[in-house]
Ligand binder design. Structure first.
Ligand code: CDP
Length: 211
């Protein structure tokens, strides 16, 4: 039996996380939100008071990361994502996290990983790849609602600025920049609710894996 690997990539607040989790439940595959790995490194770094740009200190933390601690609800807190995208620029940090992601991807019967570089770097041979996106304005709205749900009073202009800055950092970095793999299907969810996006993604995956 061969392992089925599905790569879901896309920018911040594109809806890829919700989509990937639901797809994993639907297909009965393991699920890894790879953003949590970078978030955990950033959290450890902040907790210890290190500079997020301190390559040596951050790499040491990435090498000793315990993936079991990924359950920490605090990892999803607004703000940690920004810190995560700073440590994610460091090539040594990415290298330290690669093996865990690849071995996770090879669990039977299959795995769905979501992130920025799954289809391009982590699992270039994935059986199906989807690049999930949405307009900047729509993603800023979604982030706005997330901040509100977390009990904060966000500002729409600030959300737009945050999303634009994050896109620029994630797509502009030298190491494994966020980009659509040549063989990835594009799923633009700007006008889609989660149900519609889910149905579209299931269709794209089934076409690729021949179910
Ligand atoms: O949920 P959101 O899209 O805001 O972020 P996330 O998927 O949890 O990722 C947080 C940050 O980690 C991203 O902005 C990326 O810089 C980095 N990341 C990455 O570089 N590569 C991945 N495979 C996943 C996340």
């Amino acid at each position: 039996m061969t392992v089925m690997i599905i790569a879901i990539d896309g920018p911040a607040a594109s809806g890829k996380g919700t989509l990937a989790r639901r797809l994993a439940a639907y297909f009965g595959y393991h699920y890894l939100d790879t953003g949590l790995l970078y978030r955990a490194v950033a959290r450890d770094c902040l907790e210890l008071g290190h500079d997020l740009n301190d390559t040596r200190a951050v790499t040491t933390l990435a090498c000793s990361l315990d993936p079991v601690r990924l359950d920490d609800a605090g990892l999803r807190a607004p703000g940690i994502g920004e810190a995560a995208s700073i440590v994610a620029k460091i090539p040594e940090v990415r290298a330290a996290l690669l093996e865990y992601q690849r071995s996770f991807a090879n669990r039977l019967p299959g795995a769905i990983l979501d992130g920025r570089d799954i289809g391009t770097v982590v699992c270039p041979d994935a059986d199906a790849k989807i690049f999930v996106t949405a307009s900047v304005e729509e993603r800023a709205k979604r982030r706005f609602r997330e901040y509100e749900a977390a009990g904060e009073s966000p500002d729409m202009e600030k959300m737009l600025e945050l999303i634009r800055a994050r896109d620029a950092r994630d797509a502009g970095r030298g190491a494994a920049p966020m980009r659509r793999a040549e063989d990835a299907d594009l799923l633009d969810t700007t006008e889609m609710d989660i149900e519609t996006a889910f149905d579209a993604a299931v269709g794209l995956i089934k076409r690729k894996i021949g179910q």
